[in-house]
Design a protein around this ligand. Sequence first.
Ligand SMILES: *Cc1c(COP(=O)(O)O)cnc(C)c1O
Length: 413
Amino acid sequence: MTNPTPPSRTTAFIEQVERYAAHNYHPLPVVLSHGEGAWVTDVEGRRYLDCLAGYSALNFGHGHPRLVARAQEQLHRLTLTSRAFHNDQLGPFAEALAGLTRTEMVLPMNTGAEAVETAIKVSRKWGYRVKGVPEDAATVVVMEGNFHGRTTTIVSFSDDKVARDDYGPYTPGFRSVPYGDADALRAAVDDTTVAVLLEPIQGEGGVVIPPEGFLRDVRGICDDAGALMVADEIQSGLGRTGRTFACDHEDVAPDVYVLGKALGGGLYPVSAIAADAAVLGVITPGSHGSTFGGNPLAAAIGHEVVTMLEEGEVQRHAASLGDHLAERLRPLVTDPEADRGLRAVRVRGLWAGLDVVAAGPSGRELCERLMARGVLAKDTHGSTVRLAPPLVATRDDIDLLVDTLEDALAAED
Ligand SMILES: *Cc1c(COP(=O)(O)O)cnc(C)c1O
């Protein structure tokens, strides 16, 4: 009798997680065990360039020495106090983040969705207490194609059927307009509008960049309507686009920044909103909270992230590598009817959305081909592949990425 080949370690881990964890994701069949900088290693010892970077939570790469050192130091000192007591880390972090966002104060949470929820609550309360909107009449205008997280309220204003279906009854009070359409936005705001909530670039939507001037238009429409401009910079912010915030590309300052992902350096969930006291001042003791929000470990890591961004080197590197990436991707755009190449490419900083041609491999198939060639990326909405390598990647890494992409697009498999 011949011994059956033992299952590979990869297969064993995948079978285990499929059996014992709910199937709310459809991961590529790779099991990672180590990471350093822009590179990760799987349980078979194969190395990959990580071009998803934890949906931009890993802007500083895996295990950034400065972030790990600061986290380790804090792990040994104090990790959690709850907000029932003060700790010596939150104040310095809050002051630094207010400085980075040029706002007066911050409200720390943990995940991105919680920060979005916080922004919605603050906007509504501001609407009732400051703007004078009649009780329970507040509306928030959002954009079609948005992604702001997974809570019941947030999926209430998503137009992604898979994210939304079967989770009703839905939270009322939201109006949706086409992304990038200033006229539609102007028509949608009225006396009940407390906020316009948008991503300055839609990440999950496929790295969708609005028409030049749109963010300035949103700013003007909000000013005219007396509504808050709330920028969800959870994925677009903190260096990804080559600037500290994506809003910086149009020199626009929103009333409320919503931050997450890279704020925790890829080590820990850290999120926050930042705004002036005229807005965040509506929050009073007991009116909002979180057991873990603003804990000393989160604050220490977040503070180190902010310090690195204050120095500006990360943004400059992302901008220059991004220019190189854009230059190398442009020739891959072919006729939409072709069976090779890409239908369209959008790049801002080190962030690219690639639309595949209909006759070629799907987004998922292209990602599988890339994986087989040592590059990890993820499709979004089937026909778009998002590239978001860690901002610590090198020019050689970017060349390897595009060489591998060319090879994967040309492949017969
Ligand atoms: C990822 C993301 C969120 C949600 O963040 P979580 O930490 O997953 O809750 C919200 N908004 C945007 C723009 C995001 O990219």
